[in-house]
Design a protein around this ligand. Structure first.
Ligand code: UT7
Length: 344
């Protein structure tokens, strides 16, 4: 460690712990956009209801020739380009909409983006999947098992949501996001400074796709107890984010970007309000993509960066909640990283 490195620290005191540092951000969205009026023409719903209750105006849908794995590959490749890297040591993929039950998609993604041979596996934590995958990757980096990890989150909820169920069909969109994490130090910009993860398996059926044994006949669509999930999401994301803020000694008024899982604009507002985070810091990027489950945080980061609502040096708090039930939070100072975007 050279003495001059102390002066580059964004924190008051140098910290010699190894940390995962965000080095690249990539996204991929399917090209086809489905507007609220598309649903209003087919279901007992309206553009007004969807906008007012969720903040969603449109979402993207993967065409029949685009798979979750295709979206994951494109986002992962974009993240590598954003990081200016050609190689990583491991790949962790968060998804709850795999193209097939077995094997995991991560080895195929690694192979297709020129990283064949590296350790690669899937993480299934529904909408908290990205943060669970980032925490897992941080473990690999801290343990010295890898010097760089590609964390990818990709979803095709349009394949599991009943198109005739107005209570779920209007909410979800398809998409993918990815970050490159490298082994660095806690005092660097982009270092992940704290984590909180949790689960509540007693409520496993609040967000649920029935298995073959539960429902041997007929179609097995995604179901959600919307109101219960709404209330739990606010409660759990608030508690979890608060723990991370306490660990980092970050007061609510010092948070410059709160990137919560993008399920509903009203949930995001409520979490910011309860935390006491300034309302302008609560980034709501849901309008044009809807709820993209595990992919929602990296997609929101890219949209906020492109829109100038997130800037390098911002104290950034990430928090997510989803099926399982699962939740998680993390904190970082946003680094000098420019997203690379792609479409399929
Ligand atoms: O990503 C994982 C985490 N997911 C979430 O965090 C989602 C959490 N839940 C939510 O965001 C909200 O609960 C929803 C957006 C799903 C629903 O909004 P809400 O304000 O909680 O509405 P509600 O479920 O209490 O339903 C109110 C009414 C119901 O009609 P009645 O019973 O009052 O006659 C619903 O049938 O709205 C009806 N409704 C709709 N009406 C028009 C439900 N969906 C629709 C729709 N269009 N698409």
């Amino acid at each position: 460690m050279h003495a001059t490195e102390f002066t580059t620290s964004a924190r008051e005191e140098p910290d010699y712990r190894f940390a995962a540092v965000v080095a690249g951000l990539g996204t991929c969205l399917p090209r086809a956009e489905i507007t609220n009026s598309w649903f209003a023409d087919r279901l007992d719903t309206s553009d007004d209801w969807i906008r007012a209750r969720t903040g969603i105006a449109a979402r993207r849908r993967a065409g029949p020739d685009v798979s979750m794995t295709d979206l994951a590959c494109a986002a992962a490749d974009a993240a590598l380009r954003s990081a200016g890297r050609t190689k990583v040591d491991a790949l962790v993929l968060a998804t709850t909409t795999p193209d097939r039950p077995c094997p995991a998609a991560a080895p195929e993604v690694a192979e297709r983006i020129g990283q064949g041979g590296i350790p690669a596996f899937d993480v299934s934590a529904v909408c908290s999947g990205f943060l669970y995958a980032v925490a897992t990757a941080t473990g690999l980096l801290s343990a010295g098992l890898a010097n760089s990890v590609l964390v990818t989150a990709a979803e095709t909820y349009s394949r599991i949501v009943d198109p005739d169920d107005r209570s779920t069909a209007v909410l979800f969109g398809d998409g993918a996001g990815a970050v490159v994490l490298r082994r660095g130090h806690a005092w660097e910009q982009g270092a992940l400074l704290g984590f909180d993860l949790g689960s509540d398996g007693a409520s496993w059926d609040a967000i649920h796709v029935p298995g073959e044994r539960e429902q041997p006949d007929g179609e097995r669509w995604f179901t959600m107890r919307g109101r219960t999930v709404y209330l739990r999401a606010i409660e759990r994301m608030t508690t979890s984010a608060r723990k991370v803020m306490k660990d980092c000694a970050w007061g609510p008024d010092t948070i410059e970007a709160l990137v919560a899982h993008q399920a509903n604009a009203r949930i995001i507002e409520a979490v910011a309000h309860r935390l006491g985070v300034p309302s302008e810091a609560a980034l709501c990027e849901i309008a044009l993509v809807g709820n993209t489950a595990a992919a929602s945080i990296p997609l929101a980061l890219a949209d906020a960066l492109d829109g100038g609502r997130l800037k390098p040096g911002f104290r950034t708090l990430l928090t997510a909640f989803g099926g399982g039930l699962t939740w998680g939070s993390a904190a970082l100072t946003w680094p000098q990283v420019t997203p690379v975007r792609s479409e399929l």
